[in-house]
Design a protein. Structure first.
Length: 269
């Protein structure tokens, strides 16, 4: 995942700062990243487990935090829109004003058919940004931040809350709570933080983390099975699988020194 986000999704960064990439380029980049993420190969014809736009959501909203290539390109190109709004003093701004704007209103400007392809793309970027920003917001930006503009273009998606998930997922979470005796409320980040800050022994914390991870994995797997195969495993079957998975994994990495109290607790699970 780190390789995809830091390397594969950064290959186009230099060109994305200069001009709007042709649609086929971001699409090809996404195909390669998507194939590598789910199969480990640069090209794959297998069905993808999750829609890419969901993967590009941040982790707080249920995604993996990957950058959306096309939106990132727009955010990069927005610096030229901002520079024209701020009327910065440089050769390019003076040339644009002399050839195209002629001291006109840049925010309402529309290019004519004789304008160059590049200039039309800058104008198209401005129109896309106008759907999210006002002229006053651009004028009040002391510095242009690609990250902040990207985050606004992506939008505020609802956070993932465990207590508001579908009934099937909720039943699995309740079963995990009853099994390990650990209260499960809030979103995933809060849940992991709570497990880490628990006063339980280190061994029990490891079991908590393993159970939470297994629950997330099985809920995700059941979601994909229902979508691709039109079959939904029963809750009891998923919970049974979860228990077997957690116990077998913990037994493999079982520490040599475990207190008798923790050992007895784990045996009764």
């Amino acid at each position: 995942m780190q390789l995809v986000n830091s390397v594969l999704l950064s290959l186009h960064m230099y060109w994305a700062q200069i001009y709007v990439l042709p649609k086929s380029v971001p699409q090809d980049i996404v195909k390669i990243c998507r194939a590598f993420q789910w199969s480990g190969h640069a090209f794959s014809h297998k069905p993808i487990n999750i829609a890419w736009d969901k993967v590009c959501s941040d982790k707080q909203t249920g995604g993996l935090g990957f950058r959306d290539v096309q939106i990132w390109n727009i955010a990069f190109m927005g610096k030229y829109v901002w520079a024209l709004v701020k009327k910065q003093e440089n050769v390019w701004i003076r040339w644009i004003n002399s050839v195209y704007l002629k001291d006109g209103d840049w925010w309402e400007y529309q290019p004519d058919s004789s304008a160059s392809w590049y200039w039309k793309q800058v104008c198209n970027t401005k129109e896309k940004l106008k759907q999210f920003f006002t002229l006053a917001e651009f004028e009040n930006m002391p510095q242009y931040s690609v990250k902040q503009v990207y985050e606004k273009l992506v939008g505020n998606k609802p956070r993932v809350h465990w207590d508001k998930m579908c009934q099937y997922s909720r039943q699995i979470i309740i079963a995990v709570h009853q099994w390990i005796g650990f209260s499960i409320h809030g979103n995933l980040v809060q849940l992991l933080r709570k497990a880490g800050q628990s006063r339980a022994s280190r061994f029990r914390k490891q079991v908590y983390f393993a159970a939470i991870g297994a629950a997330v994995y099985l809920i995700w797997k059941c979601r994909n099975t229902s979508f691709w195969d039109s079959t939904i495993p029963t809750v009891s079957h998923s919970v049974k699988t979860l228990k077997q998975m957690v116990k077998s994994r913990i037994q493999v990495v079982l520490p040599k020194h475990v207190s008798k109290r923790d050992s007895d607790w784990f045996t009764t699970l």
